[in-house]
Design a protein around this ligand. Structure first.
Ligand code: 6R9
Length: 632
C-alpha cells in the first residue's frame, strides 16, 4: 500500500548542514526523485494525490483508511478529501500521545496574573475531555449537533472543543469579548441546544461577567436547553434551572468516553470571520483535511520540534487560536500556551516575561500588538531573557518594515527567523509563509514569501510572472482544505498581492484598499510601511496618523515630513492629500483595523457604517468622525 513513499529513518539533528529533502520534511516522506525543497513543493502540487495521501497516512491515526485522496470538482463546488476514511480528531490530539508520553505537558494555561500558570498533561487533558464528552451526552448532545462555547482561553475551553470532536458534535466557539447580541446571532445560527461558558472572565486585571452576557443572549435563543457554567473565579453567579454547574457535574462522569468514528468530511466546527471587511460570515471546517493541514503547517512553518513550548497569543475564539493553539500543536503532541491576558498587563513587558518564565520556543503574535509594544521602547523586552526563542511568527495583517525589524532585532536578538504567515479563516491554515525551506534561505522583511506545500497561488489580473494582482489560490485541487468559493476554478481571497521576480509573495492589503492613484496601483501596506500609520484612500490619499507615545509634533511639520517620506520611498503621486491625527483606530476585537469604517468616515457616509458588532472600542469611531481633517 505504501509503495509511493519511504519513511526516512534519520534523526532530525544528525543531518549535518547540507541541505536536502530531510531538512524540508525530515520524518515524513521522501518521494522518488525529489531532493530539495522546491522539488518537494513541485511534487506537492503536481502529484498532490501521492503527496497528501502519503502524508495523511503518516501523520494521522485512522479508524478506517480512506480509499480516495481527493474527489473535487470545483465547477460543482464539490470538495472532498480522504473519502472513505474514518477517524476521530480527539484521538489524534490526545489518546495517541497519552499512549507514548502521558505526562508530557499539553497545555500551559498562562492566567491573567503573571506567575500563576497551570500545567495540564496529556493524560489530564484526555480525562477532562472524556468527562466532558460524557456530560454532553448526558445533556442530550448527539452526533451532528453544534455546541456553542463562550469562554476565554482556558483548559476547560480546549477540553470542551475536544469533547465535541470526541462525541461527533461540532463546536461553535464565540470570542468571549462579544456582546450578548453578537453571541445570540451565532447561537441561533448554529441552532445550539447547549452553551458552555464560565461564571466570569479575568483579563488585564478586570473581572468580566460572561455568564450574565450568556443569560441575556439566550433569552432570544429558543433552541438553548442548557448552559454549562465553569467557575473561573470564586464568585457565585445567579443560576437558573437551565444552568448546569460544569465542574460538579463532570466529576460525576467516567474518565473513559468512546470516540465516535467520524467521516473525513463531517463538520468539525463552525467559526465566524472577524468582520474587518464586512458582516462576519460563518464558516465550516471539516475533520481530516483541516487537522492534517494544521498539523503539517504547525510543524514546518514554525519548525516545531518535540519538547518545544509553542506560544501563540491569539484568543481561541479566532481561527488562529483554533489552528495554532489547539488543533495543530495537539495533533503534533506539542506543548501549547493558552494566554488569558493582554500584551500590556501588568506592563508592556508581559509577553517577554512570559517567554522567559515558560521557556517559550516559538512565539506567534499579531502586528497590532508588535506595533503597540515597540512604542514603549526596547527596555521592556531587554529586561527579560529570550534565549529560548527560536522562531517568531506574525499573522493577521501586513507587518510593516519597522515592526518586522523591531521584532527581529530586539525581540529575537537578530537570531530568530520571523515568519510572516498569510492565511484566512476560510483557509483554516497557513498558506503563504517563509518556511518551510532551506534554513539558510533569505527572508525579506514584510514579505510572506512562499506558498506552503499544496498551495498554488495565482495573481488574477496579471499574466506576467512577476507583478501585482488579486491573490487567488487554486489550491483546492492540490491541498486538503475545503473553502468552497469557486470562481473560474479559483478560491478568491480578496487580498491584493505582489509577486517578485524570485517568485516571492507580498500581501499589499485587502483588495478594497488597493486603488489607482494617477494610474498607479497603490496598496495600503506599501504606504503604511513608510508612514507607519494607517491610510485609507478615496479621492486621493487620506492618512490617519497614530503617534508614538513620546512624539510631540506640530501638525504642519508632521504633514511636511509625511509628504517627504512618501515621495522619497514610493513616489510623489502617492503623497497624502489629507491627514488626521487620532489617538487610536477602529479595530475589530481581533485587532484588525476596520478600514471599511474609516472609508465611510472619509466619504462622510457615517450613517452607513455597516455591521459594527465586532468593533472593539466604539469611542475610536466617534473620535475619528469628530476629529478634524486637514488638507496637506
Ligand atoms: C488568520 C487570519 C484574514 C485576512 C486576510 C488578510 C489579512 C492575515 C496576513 C494578512 C497580510 C499577513 N491577513 N494574515 N495580511 N499579511 N500575514 O487573520 O484570518 O481573521 O480570517 O483574516 O487577514 O487580509 O485576508 P482572518
Amino acid at each position: 500500500m505504501r509503495q509511493d513513499w519511504i519513511p526516512l529513518n534519520c534523526g532530525e539533528n544528525g543531518l549535518g548542514r547540507s541541505y536536502n529533502i530531510a531538512s524540508c520534511m525530515p520524518e515524513a516522506v521522501a518521494f522518488q526523485g525529489v531532493s530539495d525543497h522546491s522539488g518537494l513543493y513541485k511534487f506537492s502540487v503536481n502529484e498532490s494525490d501521492r503527496f497528501w495521501g502519503a502524508v495523511a497516512r503518516q501523520r494521522l491515526s485512522w479508524i478506517s483508511p480512506f480509499h480516495t485522496v481527493q474527489n473535487c470538482d470545483f465547477s460543482q463546488g464539490k470538495i472532498k478529501w480522504f473519502e472513505g476514511g474514518k477517524l476521530n480528531v480527539s484521538v489524534n490530539c490526545l489518546d495517541r500521545h497519552v499512549q507514548t508520553c502521558p505526562e508530557r505537558v499539553a497545555l500551559i494555561w498562562e492566567r491573567d496574573e503573571p506567575g500563576t500558570e497551570v500545567k495540564i498533561t496529556y493524560r489530564q487533558l484526555l480525562e477532562l475531555t472524556c468527562r466532558l464528552g460524557n456530560l454532553l451526552k448526558r445533556q442530550g448532545v448527539r452526533r451532528g449537533d453544534c455546541v456553542t462555547i463562550y469562554m476565554p482561553p482556558c483548559p476547560l475551553a480546549v477540553a470542551s472543543m475536544l469533547a465535541c470532536a470526541r462525541i461527533g458534535a461540532a463546536h461553535n466557539v464565540v470570542f468571549a469579548g462579544f456582546s450578548s447580541e453578537a453571541l445570540a446571532d451565532r447561537i441561533r445560527d448554529a441552532q445550539s441546544s447547549t452553551v458552555i461558558t464560565v461564571n466570569q472572565g479575568v483579563r488585564g486585571g478586570k473581572v468580566v461577567d460572561l455568564k450574565r452576557t450568556v443569560d441575556q443572549a439566550v433569552q432570544n435563543c429558543p433552541s438553548v436547553q442548557q448552559v454549562l457554567v465553569a467557575m473561573r473565579t470564586e464568585n457565585t453567579v445567579a443560576m437558573t434551572d437551565r444552568d448546569v454547574p460544569l465542574e460538579e457535574e463532570m466529576m460525576k462522569e467516567d474518565v473513559v468516553c468512546e470516540p465516535v468514528a467520524m467521516d473525513s468530511e463531517d463538520v468539525l466546527f463552525l467559526l465566524y470571520t472577524s468582520g474587518s471587511t464586512g458582516k462576519p460570515k460563518g464558516l465550516v471546517h471539516t475533520q481530516a483535511g483541516y487537522l492534517l493541514y494544521t498539523s503539517l503547517t504547525h510543524r514546518y512553518v514554525f519548525n516545531y520540534h518535540d519538547g518545544d513550548v509553542f506560544g501563540c497569543v491569539a484568543d481561541i475564539g479566532w481561527i488562529t487560536g483554533h489552528s495554532y493553539i489547539v488543533y495543530g500543536p495537539l495533533c503534533n503532541g506539542g506543548t501549547t500556551v493558552l494566554f488569558e491576558s493582554t500584551p500590556v498587563y501588568p506592563n508592556p513587558g508581559r509577553y517577554w516575561e512570559m517567554v522567559e518564565r515558560l521557556g517559550i520556543n516559538q512565539f506567534y503574535g499579531a502586528p497590532t500588538a508588535i506595533r503597540l509594544l515597540l512604542k514603549y521602547g526596547d527596555e521592556w523586552v531587554q529586561n527579560y531573557n529570550r534565549s529560548s526563542l527560536k522562531t517568531l511568527g506574525s499573522v493577521g495583517e501586513p507587518i510593516n518594515t519597522e515592526a518586522w525589524e523591531w521584532y527581529h532585532r530586539v525581540v529575537g536578538d537578530g537570531r530568530c527567523p520571523v515568519v510572516d504567515t498569510w492565511w484566512q479563516t476560510e483557509t483554516g491554515g497557513i498558506c503563504i509563509a517563509p518556511r518551510p525551506s532551506d534554513p539558510e534561505a533569505e527572508i525579506v522583511p514584510g514579505m510572506a514569501m512562499r506558498p506552503f506545500y499544496g498551495i498554488k497561488p495565482a495573481l488574477l489580473d496579471t499574466e506576467v510572472v512577476t507583478g501585482d494582482g488579486v491573490l487567488a489560490l487554486c489550491y483546492n485541487q492540490y491541498c486538503p482544505l475545503n473553502c468552497a468559493t469557486p470562481l473560474l476554478g479559483f478560491f478568491f481571497t480578496g487580498d491584493g498581492a505582489h509577486r517578485s521576480k524570485e517568485g516571492y509573495y507580498q500581501i499589499v492589503g485587502r483588495l478594497d484598499d488597493v486603488i489607482n492613484v494617477s494610474g498607479h496601483r497603490l496598496g495600503t501596506a506599501e504606504l503604511e510601511d513608510v508612514v507607519v500609520c494607517t491610510i485609507i484612500i478615496m479621492f486621493g490619499v487620506y492618512v490617519f496618523v497614530v503617534l508614538k507615545k513620546a512624539v510631540m509634533v506640530e501638525e504642519d511639520v508632521l504633514a511636511q515630513q509625511l509628504r517627504e517620506m512618501v515621495s522619497r520611498s514610493i513616489a510623489k503621486y502617492a503623497c497624502p492629500d489629507f491627514i488626521q491625527v487620532v489617538r487610536c483606530l477602529p479595530k475589530t476585537r481581533s485587532g484588525k483595523i476596520m478600514r471599511r469604517v474609516l472609508r465611510k468616515v472619509v466619504e462622510r457616509n457615517t450613517d452607513e457604517l455597516g455591521d459594527l458588532s465586532t468593533l472593539d472600542d466604539p469611542d475610536s469611531v466617534h473620535e475619528v468622525i469628530s476629529g478634524h481633517r486637514r488638507l496637506c
